[in-house]
Ligand binder design. Sequence first.
Ligand code: NAI
Ligand code: PHE
Length: 355
Amino acid sequence: MGIAMMVPSWDGELCTVRFDRETGAWFVIAVHSTRLGPASGGTRAMVYPSVGDAVSDATRLAAAMTTKMAAAGLPMGGGKSVIALPAPRAALDGAHWRRILQVHAANVQEFDGTYTTGPDIGTDSADMDVLRETTPFAFGRSTATGGPGSGAPATALGVFTAVRAAVAEAGLGDGNGGVAGLRVLVQGLGAVGARVAELAAEACAELLVADVDPERCTAAAARGARIVSPTEVTRTRCDVVVPCATGGLLDARVARTLPCAVVAGAANNQLADADAALVLARRGIVYAPDFVANAGGAIHLVGREVLGWTEGQVTRRTLQIGRTLQWVFADARTHGITTEQAAHDLAARRLTHAA
Ligand code: NAI
Ligand code: PHE
């Protein structure tokens, strides 16, 4: 294999990689596009197999943020931060974690507003409070400090709205988006997934849950959910799969046998390869493109921090995700394309129009 083939290509604008010897952490910031406005996207902090994997995750996630902002009609570009930790966050002591956040804040500050971060896997509003001690370019600081809080509840509301739209498209339930009696499998019971599970249970769905953290499953089981092993998520018969963990759940091979009728969830980059969407569509499985379904967090953070929206305006805009998806489903049907393609086309039109 030649050298050129070993260097991955990317259509983004800038990617920085830094190492901090004191903490042993690697810091990746990827700015994919500033065409619609300054780039924004959360900070993901976790352990990666290699620095290359962290760069690959950051660049792919940043591209997804560009598409998400465009599809949601928000005046922002796409970016993402990844902190490759030397050990799981739970194993780091408070001072170590704080130093990691301080280094990250200094890196974000150097972008001077071209990139603003926010919470994602492994970070929360309290962490944004720490970043804000160094840089103003962090969305979602805690309500206790006067911030709007994390976008996770809005993301969960948007995802549940997406589940309803996709269920109606699939002709399941009462045909009107009701999920009563449907088997809804939520993968990942973190900030977003736990709330989606609550919303599904409140709507009388039969709830199935999977998480690598057994305590989170036990808590859900105490409220009536059935626990599924994390390795069995894509083999468990159900009506709706709701991916709310890390991405990459579905490749074409998994899509060929996935025993469900709907996929609609929060995880960014759920499709691991380009053919997965095609296989799902051919099997009649309704897929709600992740970057449309999970835009509630971005709507909350950008709405509150940039556009000066009230919580009511954020909620109304988040609920519009259902209408966007109805449009995407109809466009896919009309043109014989996948829902993923239809949603990408929608985002691309907004990006081209802005240019
Ligand atoms: P989180 O870190 O709070 O929760 C993730 C959960 O997934 C944890 O409970 C974790 O134990 C579990 N998990 C990890 N690997 C798993 C596996 N293989 N099988 C089952 N469970 C597993 O993260 P959060 O904030 O809930 O985000 C979830 C997903 O939604 C992420 O992909 C994130 O990028 C995406 N997202 C989050 C938004 C937000 O507002 N927080 C907005 C848009 C997307
Ligand atoms: N990380 C979340 C997402 O992927 C929320 C977020 C949106 C964070 C926009 C920062 C900026 O949508």
